[in-house]
Design a protein around this ligand. Structure first.
Ligand code: ADP
Ligand code: MG
Length: 332
């Protein structure tokens, strides 16, 4: 009913991680099985996402970066059962406003690819043919260059934003099954470093091993928690006594139906319960909340990172009970 309100939920691009996230999700929505993220100077100069997805068809070029253009939402009732990441048509229009946007794309119906440049308002300023496999390359240069204050902030915080971005890409590497994900960063005179590289294995277990290594994996145990009739949590947690003395913000990942999200309350709960049972250690936590889409609202915060359950209180208390059974069976 309030679909319009929920669609018009403000700015999507808050920082480097949210910018790259939008592009990676577009690639996933396009059915890509290979996604390469290339950064120049940690993303400060430019970032680019190359995929082998379905490509963009020529009749969409003109509207591509206009606000609220989306090919993914045909009907408002769709919002109740979202399966794609994108649906608001805000990312590309925001990105051309915040930086210099170019797109190279080719569908299987085209013999050649097209290179497109956009201006601040999302209008195509240049269109020419180029060579490319089927798929899409989106490049953004000089993010925030038209917003002096935000730009200064961006440059000052670049290492922090870069760190957050790598952690977010790790989250996709864990959750995306059968998708090869690579991230490279180039600094100085073409010194390129591969920061992340997965082969796109088919299971969470294999993905954990690729991202964190076998040693980390052997310290984990699978969990499958019944939370309610409509909520199940699957994933991996540190085995008892196998946690770490230091906080593991970079090794705790939360998902709703495979979608990376921030869950500070869940993280706090897991830490508390694990720490009280395991001499103050912090656990690795990789937890996917499997719920029917109608019980969670993924549209509340603009960057879609914050997910709100309709019944958060009871989900948290059931989760607490389920975790107590594992970690402190005497208390449960
Ligand atoms: P949304 O993802 O919400 O639809 P975006 O602004 O992110 O909006 O993208 C606008 C449209 O551009 C998408 O609906 C899609 O049709 C097209 N698009 C963007 N990126 C890609 C991509 N990597 N591959 C195929 N199509 C894409
Ligand atoms: Mg999108």
């Amino acid at each position: 009913k309030n679909a319009i309100h929920r669609i018009c939920s403000g700015q999507v691009i808050l920082d480097l991680p949210s910018a790259v996230k939008e592009l990676v999700e577009n690639s996933l929505d396009a059915g890509a099985t290979s996604i390469e993220v290339s950064l120049k100077e940690y993303g400060e100069e430019s970032f680019q996402v190359v995929d082998n997805g379905c490509g963009i068809s020529p009749n969409n070029f003109k509207v591509l970066a206009l606000k609220h253009h989306t090919s993914k939402l045909s009907d408002f009732p769709d919002l109740q059962s979202l399966t794609t990441f994108g649906f608001r048509g805000e990312a590309l229009s925001a990105l051309c406003n915040l930086g210099e946007l170019t797109v190279e794309t080719r569908t299987q119906n085209e013999k050649v690819a097209t290179h497109l440049s956009f201006d601040r308002f999302g209008l195509v300023t240049d269109e020419r043919t180029t060579a490319r496999q089927v798929g899409t390359t989106v490049t953004v240069k000089k993010l925030f260059s038209n917003l002096p204050v935000r730009c200064k902030e961006f440059h000052r915080n670049i290492r922090k934003e870069y760190g957050k971005l790598i952690s977010l890409l790790n989250a996709y590497a864990l959750t995306a099954k059968g998708v090869r994900l690579v991230c490279k960063n180039t600094t100085g005179k073409n010194k390129s470093t591969v920061v992340l590289k997965t082969q796109g294995s088919g299971s969470l277990k294999d993905n954990i091993i690729t991202v964190f290594g076998t040693n980390t994996f052997t310290c984990l145990e699978p969990v499958s928690l019944f939370i309610s009739e409509t909520c199940q949590v699957d994933g991996f947690l540190s085995k008892s006594g196998n946690g770490s003395g230091r906080s593991l913000g970079d090794r705790q990942f939360f998902f709703v139906n495979g979608r990376p999200v921030d869950m500070p309350k869940v993280s706090k709960l897991v830490n508390e319960l694990y720490r009280s049972a395991n001499s103050k250690q912090y656990p690795v936590a990789i937890m996917n909340f499997v719920v029917p889409t109608r019980v969670c609202d993924v549209n509340v915060t603009p960057d879609k990172r914050k997910v709100f359950f309709t019944d958060e209180g009871s989900i948290l208390s059931s989760l607490k009970e389920a975790l107590l059974k594992i970690y402190s069976p005497n208390l449960a």
